[in-house]
Design a protein around this ligand. Structure first.
Ligand code: NAP
Length: 292
């Protein structure tokens, strides 16, 4: 892999967040840029919420090609953009911004990232699938949009706060097959859940012994169920190792992270193909995860 050499001609990409020091995006994007031997570099930009608007003007002034958006700017940036893709509007959040005709345009590649491993590796007739999504935060919104895009028969979002659940449900128009439910209803949903997605942080490093579902609960899942955890560290999580013990398909969050990044890089570089496997390898190495 070639080294990135910064010159006067080097084009800039980056990620905005607050804090942003722990973002994994520079690792995977710089690995891809270096593999492609392009005169680009991808930088972390710590931008406080009150500086978001001025940061956008500054980025325009220095000719930044595009940037990723992370917490806390994913919703706040919406009114500052010239246009927002329909998928980002549906999710209600932007994670990728690019410069088109001297204007900032926003989209959301988390949905593409979420469905990528489902479509490429485990493709099935999703119109028979009942999806059960644990958690109703920001990532759950991308997962719901992904399940709608796949054409899932029924989609249940499970949360612990009834008011937040109702707001979540009301924010989706024209989705009669989307339902919300509290955790106590989970035992009724598990036997139908052919796609079970954990979007809560339960089981994330360092609380790696936790799982949103117990072994007994996992045993009630259908035999052909897919368990998908958005967490990527550890890999597998306790939730996924319980699923594997049942002989179920288990997908961790690393591929989603890689594929949402790859989708963003395709937009910025205007390319159909980017080296996603190089991005994945760089992340695994950085996180000290087992190489597969
Ligand atoms: P978020 O907006 O804070 O949402 C977290 C959700 O989990 C909320 O609904 C929260 O419930 C629920 N929750 C938190 N702790 C819980 C607990 N102990 N019991 C039950 N529910 C609990 O966070 P997010 O942005 O959606 O991210 C969620 C997870 O997804 C994180 O682990 C993140 O790293 C991961 N993620 C991965 C990717 C990827 O590319 N792989 C992308 C995005 C996010 P309340 O609302 O009631 O607090």
């Amino acid at each position: 892999m070639a080294e990135i050499t910064i010159k006067g001609t080097t084009k800039l990409l980056g990620v905005i967040g607050h804090p942003v020091e722990h973002s994994l995006s520079p690792v995977m994007h710089n690995a891809a840029l270096s593999e492609l031997e392009l005169d680009y570099v991808y930088l972390p930009f710590p931008i406080a919420p009150e500086n978001l608007e001025v940061a956008l003007s500054g980025f325009a002034a220095i000719g930044l090609v595009g940037f990723s958006v992370t917490i806390p700017h994913k919703q706040a940036i919406l009114p500052l953009l010239s246009s927002i893709s329909p998928i980002a509007q549906a999710v209600g959040a932007v994670n990728t911004v690019s410069r088109k005709d001297n204007k900032w345009v926003g989209t959301n590649t988390d949905v593409e990232g979420f469905i990528a491993p489902l479509q490429t590796t485990y493709n099935r007739d999703w119109s028979h699938t009942t999806a059960v999504i644990l958690g109703n935060g920001g990532a759950a919104r991308a997962v719901v949009a992904g399940c709608i895009q796949l054409g899932c028969k029924e989609i249940y979002t499970v949360g612990r706060n009834l008011q937040k659940l109702e707001e979540f449900r009301n924010s989706w128009d024209n989705s009669p097959n989307l339902h919300v439910s509290t955790w106590d209803k989970l035992p009724q949903l598990i036997p139908q859940a052919t796609l079970l997605v954990n979007t809560t942080p339960i089981g994330m490093y360092p609380k790696i012994e936790e799982s949103p579902l117990s072994l007994e609960e996992m045993q009630n899942l259908p035999q052909n169920a897919i368990a998908y955890d958005l967490t990527y560290n550890p890999s597998p999580t306790k939730f996924l190792s319980l699923a594997q013990q049942q002989g179920l398909i288990a997908i961790d969050g690393l591929e989603m992270l890689v594929q949402q990044g790859a989708a963003a890089l395709k937009i910025w570089l205007n390319r159909d193909i980017v080296p996603a496997s190089v991005m994945s390898l760089a992340l695994r190495k950085h996180l000290g995860l087992t190489m597969i």
